[in-house]
Design a protein around this ligand. Structure first.
Ligand code: CMP
Length: 140
């Protein structure tokens, strides 16, 4: 058992369709605990900084547009093996390849408006959590 934390973002395509509660239900059904959560509207500069690793990719500008199109809900999830577990709960980046029962299979519109983001490693989880939350906001 390795208890980990991971950063989740419920994206604008999902908040626009009022899906926060349904996505949170799938997260909690998996055993992950939502130990921090807030709804914010990212600025362009914040989106570009958060996704800086993708700055050279062809989809970077579209990605930043979609991430600033409306509010997001940022969350810290905690649980056994939380980084990989949440990636399993989210499903493949492209919903066309996502397994049945995953968030993206259920709710994502396409590869860009794919409803949720989750950290891809424990190192990135620490960086991404610190991007949005101070320790006082994380209540395990
Ligand atoms: P996310 O897990 O937030 O990480 C990067 C995001 O870029 C990804 O989800 C998608 O929303 C978006 N994206 C758009 N096109 C692509 C692509 N071709 N490959 C990977 N990610 C993409």
């Amino acid at each position: 058992m390795t208890t980990q934390q991971t950063l989740s973002i419920i994206k604008p395509d999902a908040t626009r369709r009022n899906l926060t509660g349904k996505i949170n239900a799938l997260i909690e059904q998996s055993g992950l605990r939502i130990i921090a959560q807030k709804r914010i509207h990212l600025t362009r500069a914040q989106a570009e900084k958060f996704y800086g690793v993708h700055a050279e990719r062809s989809f970077f500008s579209d990605l930043c547009n979609s991430m600033t199109a409306g509010p997001v809900v940022v969350q810290v999830l905690e649980g056994d093996n939380a980084v990989q577990k949440y990636r399993d709960v989210m499903g493949a980046t492209n919903p066309a390849n996502a397994a049945e029962g995953t968030i993206r299979k259920e709710f994502a519109e396409n590869i860009e408006a794919n409803s949720v983001h989750g950290s891809d490693s424990t190192d990135n989880a620490a960086i991404e959590i610190a991007f949005f939350f101070s320790q006082i906001e994380i209540v395990g």
